[in-house]
Structures are given as structure tokens and as C-alpha cells.
Design a protein around this ligand. Structure first.
Ligand code: AKG
Ligand code: FE2
Length: 348
């Protein structure tokens, strides 16, 4: 509540905490506010267990006058990703708004009718895994973040870079990128979508690691015709050799694109998988360090349900588990992660 930081440790996080403290002061009597603050501090010092603190929060929302949105914000601004995840597990659906429960259920409606393609060990494509509602949600939330972030002088972490003349352009030429925590998306929905995708991929592939804790996401927006050069996604050097790295979970929405992959930069041959709107690609374990590239984005392939609902282009959200990796936010829009001060292999 007091000293929460986001992945970038930037001004945005401080402002968010100040806003939260103001909301809590407005919703609680002074004594109750002080008690909640003391609890939050004790929880961060490990003097109060996760389930005790979760109970306090749910109770504040049930009888104490704290709105469920504010109680969720207390969790979202808790510094450790693991603590946030455990708190969410403890509170379950108790802090969901009725409307959010309904819309989450809509999105999660089973069966999605998705198809699973196992492309290699630890490499799985879930075809049409995202429902139409989930695709629309991911697009609208990503663009809301991409646009608001671009106009925030302190953070400057949206899809667009502001030019000297006040106009905006995509921060990587024909591609725009954001680096966020999954919690930047509301209500834990992206994390839930990611966990569902990992479960579905593990059911189809015994070599897909099950232990994936979403800590970071990279959001890319490609104009039609844009590409992404051949690269590997950064990984903890200790895991690179063990071939047990948790999967990258990659959601595609909007225009279709060709994803090329191979197992070594030197390999003259590569394979291609076409990623369409709603598909999810996972690469982990023996395939975690594949060399990959977006070879092209197909104009005119926008599905009808998204036409006019998102900028014409391809949106890709990769959700990652970077463990104890530290992102160097000063390098944005480049993505640089290091482990124990050593820059990870495969940075883009
Ligand atoms: O857009 C894609 O499908 C891949 C994106 C990617 O490789 C990355 O963000 O590292
Ligand atoms: Fe990548």
C-alpha cells in the first residue's frame, strides 16, 4: 500500500499508490484505515499470513465500506508478484464485481471449441483458444493501455512515441511495443487466460512445463506488412541449458501473421506456423529457446468481429515468467533482462 512498485519502478506506480491511499482514506474511518495499513505492512514483513491478510481485505469489502475495486487495487499494488498471486488465490472470486464475474464467465464459456496442435516438444498451438469476447477484450484493453501510456511523459511506455511536434508514431517503426505486468490488465483476467492456456497445452504435451508464474508481458502491435527479426526470448541462463524453462504464452488478435521458428540461428531451414486471431502459441521446456520471427502480417485478414473495433493490424501479447529477472526500463522500447547482474541470453 505504501511502497508498492511496478516492474519499472516508475512514477506511474507511485501515483497509483497515492491514488489508492486517497481512496482508502475516503472509504474508511481513520482507525480502520490505520488498522488496514498496519496489516498490509505486517503482511509484507511476513508477520501475517497470506490467508489472514486476504480475509482482512475481503472483510473490509464485505462490511467495512471498501469497494471491491479498491480492495483489488490493494492486491494489485502489492510489490511481489508471488504475493499478489497468492492473495488472489486466497480471495478467489470474493472481490470480483458482479458485472466482472458475469463477463469473465462469458469469456471463459466452455467449450471454446479450440483445437490443439503439438508442433514439437514443449511447442503447442491452441487454435481459436480465445473466444470472440476475449479477443475483443484483449484488443480494447491493450489499446487503452497503449494510448494512455504513450501520453504519459513520466513513463512513456505506450505503443506510440511522442514526437517533438506533438504527433505520435509507433515506437519501433512499423511496430509498437509495451512492457507491462499482467496486472496492468484488469481483474486478473490476463493471468487467468494464461493459466488456462498453460493447462490446455500441458494436457496435450507432457514436455510442456506446468510451473508458469506470469510476471511480465510484452505487447506488440504490428501494422500490416510489419516484421519482427529472428531472435530468442530472454531466459534465465541457469534454465537455458536445463531446457525446462516455463513457457512463453503468446496470444494473437487481429490480422493473421506467419511465425517462423527453428532451433538454431545457423539452421538454413525454418518452419512456419500461421497465427490467426484467437490462437495461442506456447513454447517452453525443450522449445523455450527457439529462434523465431514474425515473417509477415497479412493485410485484409481482420476477422469480422474485430473490424472497426481495433486499429488495423496484428496484436500479440506474450506473457512470460521471468522469475527473478530484472528489466532495465531505461532501455525501453528494447527489452533487456538480467539475472544476478548478468544480461540474459536472447534479448530483443
Ligand atoms: O508477435 C509474435 O507472434 C511474436 C512476438 C515475439 O516474438 C516477442 O515479443 O518476443
Ligand atoms: Fe520473441
Amino acid at each position: 500500500m505504501d511502497d508498492a512498485r511496478d516492474a519499472t519502478g516508475g512514477e506511474g506506480a507511485r501515483g497509483r499508490c497515492q491514488k489508492l491511499a486517497k481512496a482508502l482514506r475516503g472509504q474508511l474511518a481513520k482507525k480502520a484505515y490505520d488498522a488496514l495499513r498496519a496489516h498490509a505492512r505486517a503482511f509484507q514483513r511476513r508477520e501475517v499470513t497470506t490467508s489472514e491478510f486476504a480475509k482482512v481485505l475481503v472483510e473490509c469489502a464485505r462490511t467495512g465500506g471498501v469497494t471491491r475495486a479498491t480492495a483489488r487495487e490493494v492486491i494489485a499494488t502489492t510489490p511481489s508478484a508471488l504475493d499478489r498471486r497468492r492473495l488472489r488465490e486466497c480471495v478467489g472470486r470474493d472481490l470480483d464485481d458482479d458485472a466482472a464475474v458475469k463477463s469473465t464467465r462469458e469469456r471463459e464459456k466452455k467449450p471454446h471449441g479450440f483445437k490443439t496442435e503439438r508442433l514439437g516438444p514443449g511447442l503447442v498451438c491452441l487454435r481459436k483458444f480465445l473466444s470472440v469476447e476475449a479477443q475483443m477484450w484483449l484488443a480494447s484493453e491493450s489499446f487503452a493501455l497503449g494510448e494512455s501510456g504513450s501520453d504519459d511523459a513520466a513513463r512513456g511506455q505506450g505503443f506510440f512515441a511522442k514526437m517533438g511536434d506533438g504527433t505520435f508514431k509507433l515506437n519501433q517503426g512499423s511496430r509498437g511495443r509495451m512492457i507491462l505486468e499482467p496486472d496492468a490488465f484488469p481483474d486478473g483476467i490476463l493471468t487467468q487466460m494464461c493459466e488456462d492456456a498453460v493447462a490446455a497445452a500441458c494436457a496435450a504435451d507432457a514436455e510442456m512445463p506446468t510451473n508458469m508464474n506470469p510476471t511480465t508481458c510484452l505487447v506488440n502491435f504490428y501494422k500490416d506488412g510489419a516484421e519482427f527479426k529472428w531472435h530468442k526470448d530472454s531466459e534465465d541462463p541457469k534454465l537455458v541449458k536445463s531446457r525446462t524453462g516455463p513457457p512463453i504464452v503468446s496470444f494473437s488478435v487481429g490480422l493473421s501473421g506467419d511465425f517462423g521458428y527453428k532451433y538454431s540461428f545457423d539452421d538454413p531451414e525454418h518452419k512456419v506456423v500461421r497465427l490467426n486471431s484467437g490462437d495461442v502459441l506456447l513454447f517452453g521446456g525443450p522449445s523455450r529457446m527457439i529462434v523465431h520471427s514474425v515473417l509477415n502480417v497479412y493485410p485484409g485478414s481482420m476477422p469480422g468481429h474485430l473490424r472497426g473495433k481495433m486499429l488495423n493490424g496484428r496484436l500479440n501479447v506474450t506473457v512470460r515468467d521471468i522469475g527473478c529477472g530484472v528489466i532495465d526500463a531505461s532501455q525501453f522500447p528494447a527489452y533487456r533482462v538480467s539475472y544476478d547482474g548478468v544480461q540474459a541470453d536472447g534479448n530483443v
